[in-house]
Design a protein around this ligand. Structure first.
Ligand code: TRP
Length: 462
């Protein structure tokens, strides 16, 4: 059994894979929009504090639980804390299952817009085309939605099928550098645009009058999503780690890279938007709007080298989504492998197919199937997709995250956590005492605040 488990081929490979999981649609699709919605600078500052004060300690906690036990989410929590804690792991696996099922739909859209932008770049942009109508037509076309989300699921399954080293790590090694390169190109182009000064000021100059209390909680909720925390993904990835690698250093690198990418993506998008008079007022109240309605056409009207950058931008989204979706499928698959003794190939196909059943529901919930598109369980969250996203972001990730802070801070012994965290680093620059204070007090109180806010004050993080 032990021999069959995968492991990373190198420390660097692990960092790329974990960073790939963190960087995803959360950075490109959610973060720019919620920053917009919450008025910019002050929100960004609060977000950075949440990442450092809550995200970093929890990331370290998940990785140490995984590496210590060498097991995936359920087995790891059971062994590290106690039999009942397997339920928390199970909650995480379920969360990964649901999240992957709808994540795939947005990822599929990036494939559609990639083919569209390639057509426009080569054949010319049709000036009379309405982006809003195009978006409605593609998202409301059930057959098309099924095809593109199936294609993306097949890509995800194909990676996980080959295992930790030959699948996940290899894809992260190839695609992450490509992703950084595309982002750098786009940043250079965006900074030459007339709106870039305004964009930078909007993002980095805090104006606390703009910040609503719900924005603080939204920042906290998003830090879980963007860092892939709260559902045992980092436990699972940590279980393939080598004892010589420092958890503290790895966590710091992953978090910095994820944050830089979120900020760079936001600078790029806002520079484009601020460069067009009146555009800022047109960004509607929806997260999808910015990425798939406002931006596509701007590549052909204002962005320097937009004919090349347009298709590249949608490749960027697809790659970022793939390195995250493969991590989500790995959580589910590794559970089946570890707990039910299935062989990886079979386990991957089985899990991929089961998740896809639910992807179908999400894919058909943008107009093509009436009951899926109009159902409303949570107030104002219309349709299966929004319902699932709301449930995962507002309920599953924060509760899972809270349980993990309690496990690492209050239930595991000081000797265990200290030993894991001090491995592989020079004594001196990392304070174990500070981590312990954050994981015992700061993080659980902050996360409990989210949950209370959701329960009693109807705050929404999705
Ligand atoms: N972090 C990814 C993003 O920003 C999403 C994601 C991947 C995720 N794996 C996760 C979120 C595990 C929570 C838990 O898009």
């Amino acid at each position: 059994m032990e021999q069959q488990r995968g492991n990373w081929s190198s420390n660097f490979g692990f960092i790329l894979a974990a960073t790939g999981s963190a960087i995803g649609l959360g950075n490109l699709w959610k973060f720019p929009f919620i920053t917009w919605d919450n008025g910019g600078g002050a929100f960004v500052l609060v977000y950075l504090v949440c990442i450092a004060a809550v995200g970093l300690p929890i990331m370290m906690a998940e990785l140490l639980i995984g590496r210590k036990t060498q097991k995936s989410a359920i087995g790891a929590l059971r062994e590290a804390v106690g039999p009942l804690w397997g339920l928390v792991g199970g909650w995480g696996v379920l969360c990964g299952f649901i999240l992957l099922s709808y994540y795939t739909v947005i990822a599929g859209w990036s494939l559609f817009y990639f083919t569209k932008t390639v057509t426009w770049s080569t054949g010319g942009f049709p000036s009379d085309l309405s982006m809003g109508e195009l978006f409605g037509a593609q998202s409301g076309n059930g057959g098309l939605q099924l095809i593109i989300s199936l294609l993306f699921s097949i890509a995800t399954v194909s990676v996980v099928y080959f295992g930790v080293q030959k699948g996940i790590e290899r894809i992260a090694r190839i695609f992450l550098p490509v992703l950084f390169a595309i982002l750098a190109l786009m940043l250079v182009s965006a900074l030459t645009m007339s709106g870039s000064g305004e964009a930078l000021a909007f993002i980095f100059r805090p104006n606390f009058a703009e910040l609503r209390p719900s924005g603080v909680l939204e920042a906290l909720g998003h830090s879980f999503f963007t860092l892939s925390l709260g559902m045992g993904l980092m436990i699972t990835y940590g279980s393939y780690m080598d004892r010589t690698q420092s958890i503290v250093k790895a966590s710091a690198i992953i978090i910095v890279l994820d944050t830089v990418v979120a900020l760079v993506a936001t600078v790029i998008m806002f520079s484009v938007i601020f460069s067009v008079a009146g555009m800022a007022d047109e960004i509607g109240g929806s997260t999808v709007g910015m990425l798939f309605i406002s931006l596509p056409e701007l590549f052909y009207t204002v962005v320097p080298f937009g004919r090349i950058l347009g298709p590249l931008f949608y490749v960027l989204i697809a790659l970022a989504a793939l390195t995250s979706s493969m991590s989500l499928l790995e959580v589910v698959t590794s559970y089946v492998i570890d707990e039910h003794g299935l062989e990886r190939h079979k386990a991957t196909l089985m899990c991929g197919a089961s998740v896809f059943v639910f992807t179908v529901l999400a894919a058909l919930s943008f107009g093509s199937t009436p009951w899926l598109s109009t159902m409303e369980i949570f107030d104002g969250k219309i349709g299966w997709f929004s319902t699932a996203d709301h449930f995962v972001s507002n309920w599953m990730l924060p509760t899972g995250g809270l349980a993990i802070t309690l496990a690492a801070g209050w239930f595991m012994t000081r000797e265990t956590t200290e030993g894991e965290l001090l491995d592989g680093i020079q004594p001196g620059w990392f304070s174990y005492g500070a981590w312990r204070f954050f994981i015992r007090f700061v993080a659980p109180i902050a996360v409990a605040a989210i949950i209370i806010a959701v329960l009693f004050f109807n705050v929404d993080f999705s």
